[in-house]
Design a protein around this ligand. Structure first.
Ligand code: SIN
Length: 312
């Protein structure tokens, strides 16, 4: 069921049509042309849909240049200009340090960036509020991205578990202490069986870096600053242990929470088409880039937005 929002359209835009793509997360928005500036009123309407559906997709855009992408991304908050170096150094666009190229060549049988359940850079004091993602070149099939709603992950826990987690904090580490095996999972397709060589970072052709490990503790249940709703905030890639507990003590409960966080009922799966723009709310979602398109090229561009304050 789609919904038409009667926002006074800016020049170049029609009334927004919103089409949810799954029962619990994700909506497509039609009627916007991101080559034209958005009025404050139109952006507010888009932002409302973003808060409500957690990940928005704007398909059928015209080809966008990096300035147009930056213009749109900047409406969501402060753009992150720091280099992306964990666990791989992600190349940015010449002249645009804040625009990262996420490319997997057809011949690359190794890992793809983000091929594991995670929220972005949660080891930072101020992780990302959102990521703006632009599909430049997409496989004919495969290469979808999954997203999971972490409000629902929290709300469906038992009362006892909610109560116990409410005062707990977890340490998040850029070293990915428990996520590494998932990250190394090689490309698959019906024509390609992963080999040992596929499971090495080195095989990506991307630069690996030796940088200091960053560790930060955040609440296990956080409150979303835009909606006031509570969300589960632990992810398999970066969460290392509970504060004040050993890794051995933490892992059994973390495994339960990680599995719960990615229940199919909380997810959507998006099939990309060229020039689609997406924005995910990194404060209350996790995502997973599926590595099932061996033999095809995929090229995405990404701009990240900082959270204004630390998660509470
Ligand atoms: C990411 O995790 O940032 C990449 C997502 C994707 O390539 O679909």
């Amino acid at each position: 069921m789609s919904e038409t929002i009667a926002a006074a359209p800016s020049i170049g835009h029609s009334a927004l049509v919103v089409r949810p793509i799954a029962g619990s997360i994700g909506a497509e928005i039609y009627g916007l042309d991101l080559t034209c500036p958005l009025s404050d009123e139109t952006f507010e309407a888009v932002h409302e849909v973003f808060l409500q559906h957690l990940v928005i997709f704007l398909p059928e855009q015209q080809a966008l240049n990096p300035d147009q992408l930056k213009e749109f991304a900047g409406r969501f908050g402060e753009i992150d200009t720091a280099p992306f170096v964990h666990p791989l150094k992600m190349p940015s666009l010449e002249g645009y340090p804040e625009v990262f190229n996420v490319i997997k060549e057809a011949s690359n049988s190794a890992i793809n960036i983000g091929g594991f359940w995670h929220a972005d850079v949660t080891y930072r004091e101020r992780p990302h509020l959102a990521a703006v993602f632009y599909a430049k070149e997409t496989p004919d099939f495969g290469g979808d991205t999954m997203f999971a709603n972490q409000y629902l992950a929290y709300e469906t826990l038992s009362d006892g578990m909610k109560e116990m987690l409410s005062s707990m904090r977890a340490v998040h580490s850029s070293d990915m202490p428990h996520g590494r095996e998932d990250v190394r999972f090689g490309a698959v397709s019906k024509d390609h069986a992963p080999t040992d060589g596929d499971r090495k970072f080195e095989a990506t052709g991307l630069e690996t870096t030796r940088v200091d490990i960053i560790e930060t503790a955040h609440p296990v249940i956080r409150v979303h600053p835009g909606t006031g709703r509570k969300a589960l905030y632990v992810n398999r890639a970066f969460t290392s242990r509970f504060e004040g507990m050993s890794v051995e003590e933490s892992l059994p409960l973390l495994h339960i929470l990680w599995a719960h966080a990615a229940r199919p009922e909380f997810t959507c799966r998006y099939r990309w088409t060229p020039h689609t723009v997406a924005v995910w709310d990194n404060r209350a979602t996790q995502h997973y880039a599926i590595n099932d398109y061996y033999g095809q090229r995929r090229h995405m561009q990404r701009i990240s937005i900082h959270e204004a304050t630390r998660p509470v």
